[in-house]
Design a protein. Structure first.
Length: 703
């Protein structure tokens, strides 16, 4: 579990690096993201066999300078390094091979392996050059067996372009691939990459088209289908708001298991629009035409619930789905106390120290979600089926969020999620958690609109959380008209950030700045500078290329305290530092010292705020529980206040009918809580956060 799970304001899953595998995904899986030939291209010819007969070429076509097959045994050893994930050793071995066997055609295949290793090491710019070399030499050679591998080199080049954020280049490269030349595994990768590129461009309709193609290649019952196309298609379909587009996609998938997903999304969209008859028709098609689909059961339940008029609940009964045992129990207890205060289950003590007797009409049923998806779903079922609650507040952790969101929609009982990941969107899911997107939008908006910054770099850990935040920030910057100028990643737990900072700032790639290095050498010669010291350092070292105004680093305070000073140490000055809610720590203020005022991060709550509603909440919480609240308690408190206000608004149906409560919750235009404002957009809640900075080691509102 990533340490950010332990931060009360950032409960996480970016899903793992998942199927976006764009520039953001530094931990690229070579087995799923890069094309590998169906048989080893680097294998040597058997003794006594002749090279394949050369294919006819135009007399004016340039010929490759590679003309022999030297170095076969070394090629096998290098291939074994790749198979063993010894990427740094492979790079050294390929360099020595190139110097020793300058005419060997094996350099074509080895450049491809070099590129794959560079991708694995998070160096896509260098990988591009390697793949371009393989592609160029394969096109120049007379031997068909080398030219036949061009589709694989093209795919790998596109993967490097994707990681380098050259999305247009990746699209253009993919267009040069003849799909019929690819076998099934690599055709799957081809459509997967196209889908990811479309998602990054926010073209969800075209992305869905690629997922439909994938569904024909990989049946839904196969183990990897869920990751490759089922879950991505579910997420994309939920975000398409035009019924006509969903209908077109549904018909295009008539011969595919993907149609059930699209019919379900279309039915849900029509149901939200009040077209219940049409929605039931979609659900009935799932039942009639997709007998083996998991959506058949959901569709049958939808039809049955509609016939019964919706579920009935115990009056004023709210469920709390929180971790009360295990390593996250203390966070669950914090959220529970915030919820209890909001619903009046416990009330603050008066001046005499005595708390008045509770007169709350609400009953709060608490079930332990534990720390596993299975336990969470079991606890949810107990709340909804046994206790017949009106609504559920939770979960706190993101594990199993997708299944839980679907269960809420299936049971038609509102779920107010406090988790960082909600598992998608549906009619009965309301999110109050600090999602990666809400944090990214807030910090990007502040940087661009308030600080007038336009150019950004990203430095993130190579785990699914870092990649998720990097992706969300990149999207937010582009939406607001900014530009990402560079992205680098590092291993989780890294303590030395010099290489990462150097790569972002043009200090790592000395060969690309050979003219500047030569100029420095000439200056040293002219001025007879022999010794390298503090005074003469500028004649030995290249200055950084700082083409960004701020760097976004989504990580914990310990890592931030090491990464941020490295920029100053490498003479990268005059920039701002942007982060996530995990930065909200007095400890970070002590670590950053003078860099604190140049650092900014979003969050939902600050107990030192002077806002009257915040101060009242802090006072009441202290009076009730004899401790200070954090963002965790504040967010749960607001969830309880929203439910209380709506249920007690005067309509008696709202205290017994979950469906009526869901409709009322979706009509809230705005709610101002102690953890920030919540707005309503098309029946969905949108959380607005605040931006904070550090001054004298203390967290304060950003100016």
């Amino acid at each position: 579990m990533n340490p950010s799970e332990l931060n009360p304001t950032v409960f996480c899953p970016k899903e793992t690096l998942a199927l976006r595998t764009s520039f953001l995904i530094a931990a690229l899986s070579l087995s799923t993201a890069c094309a590998t030939p169906p048989s080893s291209h680097t294998s040597t010819q058997q003794k006594g066999t002749a090279p394949s007969k050369a294919q006819p070429r135009g007399s004016s076509a340039p010929a490759s300078q590679l003309s022999d097959e030297a170095g076969g045994p070394e090629v096998i050893r290098i291939q074994s390094l790749f198979d063993g994930n010894q990427h740094a050793a492979l790079l050294d071995a390929v360099q020595k091979f190139d110097q020793k066997h300058k005419q060997s055609r094996h350099r074509i295949a080895l450049a491809n392996l070099k590129g794959l290793s560079l991708l694995a090491l998070g160096r896509p710019a260098e990988a591009r050059a390697a793949f371009e070399y393989s592609l160029r030499e394969a096109e120049l050679t007379d031997l068909k067996e080398y030219r036949d591998f061009r589709p694989f080199y093209l795919y790998n080049l596109a993967a490097a372009q994707e990681q380098s954020a050259d999305l247009s280049g990746a699209f253009e490269t993919l267009s040069r691939i003849q799909i019929d030349r690819l076998d099934l595994p690599n055709r799957t990768k081809f459509h997967g990459m196209k889908a990811r590129l479309f998602v990054h461009r926010r073209d969800l309709i075209s992305a869905s088209g690629e997922y439909i193609k994938l569904s024909r290649l990989i049946p839904g019952e196969e183990s990897n289908a869920a990751a490759l196309w089922v879950r991505p298609l579910e997420q994309a379909a939920r975000q398409i708001s035009e019924p006509s587009e969903l209908e077109k996609l549904s018909e295009a998938a008539s011969d595919s298991p993907a149609q059930a997903i699209l019919l379900w999304a279309l039915g849900s969209l029509e149901e939200r629009s009040g077209k219940r008859g049409s929605a039931e028709g979609r659900y009935q098609r799932i039942v009639d035409e997709h007998a083996t689909s998991p959506y058949r059961v959901l569709a049958e339940q939808k039809i049955a619930t509609a016939s019964a008029g919706g579920p009935q609940a115990q009056p004023y009964t709210i469920g709390a789905l929180l971790p009360l045992t295990g390593k996250y129990a203390r966070f669950g207890q914090k959220a529970l106390q915030g919820l209890q205060l909001a619903l009046g289950i416990f009330t603050p003590a008066d001046a005499s120290g005595k708390a008045p007797a509770s007169k709350s009409p609400f009953t709060l049923i608490v079930e332990d979600s534990g720390d596993s998806p299975e336990q969470t779903l079991k606890a949810y079922e107990k709340l909804t089926q046994t206790h017949r609650v009106l609504a559920v507040v939770g979960p706190l952790l993101s594990k199993g969020a997708e299944q839980l969101a679907e269960a809420a929609n299936q049971n038609q009982i509102p779920l107010i999620s406090l988790a960082q990941q909600t598992g998608g969107e549906n009619d009965y899911l309301f999110s109050l958690g600090l999602t990666p997107r809400s944090q990214a939008l807030e910090i990007a908006h502040y940087a661009i609109r308030q600080l007038n910054l336009r150019r950004f770099a990203i430095l993130h850990p190579q785990d699914r959380f870092g990649e998720q935040y990097a992706q969300a920030f990149w999207d937010a910057v582009e939406e607001l008209g900014g530009e990402i100028r560079g992205i680098e990643s590092y291993a989780p737990g890294e303590t030395d950030f010099r290489t990462s900072v150097d790569r972002l700032s043009g200090l790592f790639y000395g060969e690309a700045r050979s003219r500047e290095l030569k100029s420095l050498a000439e200056q040293r010669s002219d001025q007879q500078i022999k010794k390298r010291n503090r005074k003469t350092e500028k004649f030995f070292s290249l200055p950084p290329i700082i083409d960004y105004d701020a760097v976004f680093i989504p990580d914990e305070p310990k890592a931030i305290g090491l990464a941020v000073p490295t920029f100053s140490y490498r003479d990268v000055d005059g920039i701002k530092f942007l982060g996530t809610a995990t930065w909200h720590s007095q400890d970070l203020g002590g670590r950053l010292q003078a860099m604190g005022p140049h650092s900014f991060f979003p969050d939902a709550f600050n107990a030192t705020s002077t806002a009257p509603d915040v101060q009242k909440f802090v006072t009441d919480y202290r009076g009730t529980f004899n401790q200070d609240p954090t963002a965790m308690e504040a967010i749960a408190y607001d969830a309880g206040r929203i439910l209380k206000n709506v249920i007690q608004s005067g309509n008696p149906d709202l205290n017994t009918q979950p469906k009526a409560l869901r409709n009322a919750l979706s009509e809230i235009s705005e709610f101002s809580g102690v953890s920030g404002r919540v707005l309503q957009e098309q029946g969905r809640w949108k959380r607005l956060l605040r931006t904070y900075t550090l001054k004298s080691g203390q967290v304060i509102d950003a100016p």
